[in-house]
Design a protein around this ligand. Structure first.
Ligand code: BTN
Length: 351
């Protein structure tokens, strides 16, 4: 059952076996990192770390040595203490989860080196009972899925994330999950990277007119009940743009290119999960805030647009989105049309 392809929500059940995730549950080690990251003065003494964590100074020293072996650079200055000077560009599930402070998202995080698609893995895990808010991450995907049946190029250096959601809301509200995701990603990119991210309907995140992130939402449902939804998020972070096919390269950008420096993917992922948790809970208690935030962040409304819905092609003024996330278009003859699916091109100079 296709529930609303425009917003990318579709029914998929795929029983598959997947590679083993990297599991790292030495949480004390990540406690050390959290303290080092949050230290305003830069250095934290071994005694302060030991007291904050309720362990001995020797135990702190052992955790520091483990972190160094894993690629973290930690400066040790006598009489001042420890200071984190560099982190490896690797995502470690434990570090993502540590002190995240979310209510639902990221209570369980699974990290894979490579999968076909994190959405497929997440749909499979959800069917097997994975908890609400479970996050699946992969370094690369061999069969990354995009909206409208397209593929999503997935080279190393980016974020490929899927989140399992089990919202108790009517099935008609399911397409709004994509708006929740888009608002969370655009807000997270603004907060973490200081970039002016905007949303192009339904769920492309743009920087200066180029795509930096895309979302794909898949759902398993009964006729009147959502079983689970998987919200898939791809963010172009640090990849070498040459890894993309030339036709996509022209329309895409990365956060590293936009900011002029490589981004810490773990820090970005944590911010995205915190934002998603916030907007997901706002959505569960009523959707007006989500739609208002989406409108605030969108770059589509008020512009003349061309919508390619496959067999149907329309042109008109993008007037708004309705309560179910459909685009409201004013055609040239003055009639209003609600569009559930399609690709939007913003027609510059023709508003
Ligand atoms: C689009 O804009 O077409 C949607 C792209 C969604 C890509 C993400 S990457 C993580 C997750 N796994 C997938 O296979 N797709 C989504």
């Amino acid at each position: 059952m296709v529930v609303g392809q425009g917003t990318g929500v579709r029914e998929v059940i795929t029983p598959l076996s997947h590679p083993e995730p990297f599991l790292s549950r030495n949480m004390k080690k990540f406690d050390v990192l959290t303290h080092l990251r949050s230290s305003r003065s830069g250095h934290v003494s071994g005694a302060a770390l030991a007291a904050a964590m309720g362990v001995s100074r020797t135990a702190v020293w052992k955790h520091i040595k483990t972190l160094e072996r894993e690629g973290y650079a930690i400066e040790a200055v006598p009489s001042k203490g420890y200071r984190l000077t560099a982190s490896p560009d690797v995502i470690v599930a434990g570090e993502v989860m540590q002190g995240l402070g979310t209510r639902t998202i990221g209570k369980e995080v699974l990290h894979f080196a490579e999968v076909a698609s994190t959405n497929t893995v997440a749909m499979d895990l959800a069917q097997k009972g994975a908890v609400d808010g479970t996050v699946v991450i992969a370094e690369t995907q061999t069969g990354g899925k995009g909206r409208l049946g397209r593929s999503w190029s997935s080279p190393a250096g980016n974020l490929y994330v899927s989140v399992i959601l089990r919202p108790s809301v009517p099935i008609s509200k399911a397409p709004l999950i994509t708006l929740v995701g888009a608002v969370a990603v655009a807000s997270g990119l603004r907060r973490q990277c200081g970039v002016p991210a905007g949303i192009k309907w339904p769920n492309d995140i743009l920087l200066s007119g180029k795509k930096v992130s895309g979302l794909l939402t898949e759902m398993s449902a009964e006729p009147d009940r959502i079983r689970h939804i998987v919200l898939g998020i791809g963010v172009n972070v640090n990849m070498d743009g040459r890894a993309l096919p030339p036709d996509i390269r022209r329309m895409a950008t990365t956060l590293a290119a936009a900011t002029g420096k490589p981004m810490d993917r773990t820090a970005l992922l944590r911010t995205l999960l915190v934002e998603l948790d916030l907007w997901y809970h706002r959505f569960l208690t009523g959707d007006t805030e989500v739609v208002a935030a989406w409108k605030e962040l969108n770059v589509t409304l008020g512009h003349r647009v061309a919508v390619d819905g496959g067999s149907v092609k329309l042109e008109g003024l993008a007037r708004g989105v309705d309560a179910e996330g459909r685009l409201i278009l004013k055609l040239d003859d003055g009639t209003l049309r609600q569009v559930a699916a399609g690709d939007v091109t913003i027609m510059k100079g023709k508003t």
